[in-house]
Write a protein that binds this ligand. Structure first.
Ligand code: FES
Length: 137
């Protein structure tokens, strides 16, 4: 799996997303709670663009009449028919064994940690001795 630089972190504000083309795939990258998640930008039901999905919380009910919200913003609700998916791994909430959105690993790296480009200028050590600049070749 090749690494692709798709955005600077400042391009995707908290709660926002950015759609990118990676090797011909339409991928949406979300920024939620300080983390980034990447998913195929296509709902497995009828193909809605998940960039338009609502980012909602996980809602569970441990007993009748009691509701608990967790992982706020990490669940995607499809804009067309409301199917919900876990942003962390693409699994659907209603049928996790059979229906999922393709998800991709995401990493954040500082610019100086990324691979250098193919064109690197040759450099030489420089010293200043008294009033003279000396370059070593
Ligand atoms: S297209 Fe997403 S729920 Fe139908």
């Amino acid at each position: 799996m090749a690494r692709h630089i798709v955005a600077s972190t400042s391009e995707i504000p908290p709660g926002g997303n950015k759609v990118v083309d990676v090797a011909g795939r339409d991928i949406v990258v979300f920024h939620v709670n300080g983390e980034f998640f990447a998913l195929l930008n296509r709902c497995p039901h009828e193909g809605a663009p998940l960039e338009k999905a609502a980012c909602v919380a996980r809602l569970t009910s441990p007993e009748p009449g009691v509701y608990e919200r967790s992982r706020v913003g990490e669940m995607l609700r499809c804009p067309w028919h409301g199917w919900e998916f876990d942003m962390r791994n693409g699994q659907s909430w209603f049928d996790p064994k059979r229906v999922r959105v393709r998800s991709y690993p995401v990493a954040v790296a500082r610019g100086d940690e990324l691979q250098k480009g193919p064109y690197v200028a040759e450099t030489f050590p420089v010293h200043v001795e008294d009033s003279y600049v000396i370059v070593e070749v």
